[in-house]
Design a protein around this ligand. Structure first.
Ligand code: ZN
Length: 193
């Protein structure tokens, strides 16, 4: 699929945020109810990115899919990420620390019905590095929603995961073609200045 891949990007630590989408037990743990096997390969790149952002006092935001017991979304996907359950917790390897921000989301788009846009604007954030799972679902809807609000979106290829290669490639194509975001080959190519 056609999209442009950059080897390196330099972004301002002050005006950027890292958004870690739904790296919760139900999606990224092998016992999770909607486990995405490829998500395991993204854990270390995401962990390193989180460390990089924290070390520069940049903003780290985690999203959590967070559903009521009878959420209508379960008609599509089955039960997952029920509020206050193990499945809705962030995986142990990426546990949030003091200073990180958690946003509980209702649907695929992390801006929908949440305070995410307000949090970013108050902080003066203009660029978002978006990682997590599922690539073509919650990552793409969040990236698209960010781009519609004129945030600049940056996606490292080793930071997102899908249930199959086609969905993964489609996500990168849409970020590049439709949302004019930047695809970076690896988390290592992202430098905070
Ligand atoms: Zn959900």
């Amino acid at each position: 699929m056609r999209y442009e891949v950059r080897e390196k990007v330099e972004i301002s630590a002050k005006e950027s945020a890292l958004i870690v989408v739904d790296m919760q037990n139900d999606f990224a743990h092998e016992r999770g109810s909607l486990f995405v096997p490829e998500s395991r390969k993204t854990v270390e790149p995401i962990r390193l990115l989180i460390e990089k952002f924290r070390s520069k006092n940049s903003t780290v935001i985690y999203t959590q899919d967070w559903h009521a017991e009878d959420d209508p979304e379960f008609k599509i996907w089955g039960k997952h990420a029920v509020a206050n359950t193990w499945g809705a917790e962030i995986i142990d390897e990426l546990k949030p620390k003091d200073g990180d921000i958690l946003v509980k989301k209702l649907r695929y788009d992390a801006f929908y019905g949440t305070s995410l846009d307000h949090i970013l604007r108050v902080k003066g954030v203009k660029k978002l590095v978006i990682v997590g799972t599922v690539a073509n679902i919650c990552v793409l809807h969040t990236a698209g929603s960010a781009a519609l609000r004129w945030y600049e979106v940056i996606v490292p290829m080793d930071g997102i995961s899908a249930l199959n290669e086609e969905d993964y490639q489609f996500t990168l194509r849409q970020v590049d073609f439709l949302y004019k975001g930047t695809i970076v080959r690896s988390h290592e190519g992202i430098t905070l200045i």
